[in-house]
Design a protein around this ligand. Sequence first.
Ligand SMILES: [Fe+2]
Ligand SMILES: [Fe+2]
Length: 329
Amino acid sequence: MNPIAARSAPSDPESVERWYASATVRNSPRIVVPDITQGEYIFPRSRQPLSEHPIVTGLGEDAISFVLTQSAYRYMYEIGLLETRYVIDCALNIVNNEIKGASDNEKREALAIVIDEGYHAYVALDFILQMKALSGVQPVEVPDTNGNLDAVRRAFEVLPQHMHHDFQLISVCLAEHTLTKDLLSIGREKDATRTFTQVMTDHVSDEGRHANYFARLTKAHWARLPDATKTVIATLLPSYLDDYLAGDPERGFDRKVLSAYGLAESQVSRVIDETHETYLASMNGYITKTKANLVKLLQRVGIMDFPAARAAFLAHEASAALTSTIRAA
Ligand SMILES: [Fe+2]
Ligand SMILES: [Fe+2]
């Protein structure tokens, strides 16, 4: 046994041992993307209704694979963006006291998260590069932002500068919680290749730890904030959740994918129209479920105990209900 590697100090929190023992960056072999053969797909078909439309299936396996390959590219690029532009930045802000109040133990855990997230972004890009080499298919787009990052940017535009880091911690706490549930859910889909599922299950094994860490830190941080800051952030939270979770009812990505495969404009419109109900049902179901989970999380970290937060959500729900009543009339 290596005495240096084996030794841990009696004062170490359980998180240290756990990270050395179970972090995927320390324990997982490289994920090798298989050469997809007929009947196996790189991305779950159940998550991309385009792949089941008769016009697409009528074009054969190559068209189905193309559509799913594009979805896999997008999923992996979005993971990379979230990690490198958002979570790592927040964790480094904890380490460097831009987000104030973390203990040295908490900073060490934040550094573990920087390493984990850097590895997740690495795995995602490695997956993309292997897919490109195997399929010869180029991504229809390489995103440089996503709905979450855009919503945070818009929140920063309305928040005073000195509250940005406080808000960043809360928004990352929300995002890490959502990501954990999303990865669990997509990893359970049965109709994708085992390799895709493996990336999801490896990733989620780290994310549960991250989600707990950010919840703990957010709870402590929120308790330390002055009431004036709490009031401003709490008032923004309901509309921030709407903005952050908004999907794309225009389906710009789906249209681009179909056009890139060579479908005529009229065929693209037909596929979009005929899959739209399924798409919207899935998008709206996701938004409702996720929002309910996030409100529970806000309760767990103490934010909903603050009167202005409760009042803001109640007012928002009342106005949302009113809006739908007016729309229905
Ligand atoms: Fe991650
Ligand atoms: Fe994470």
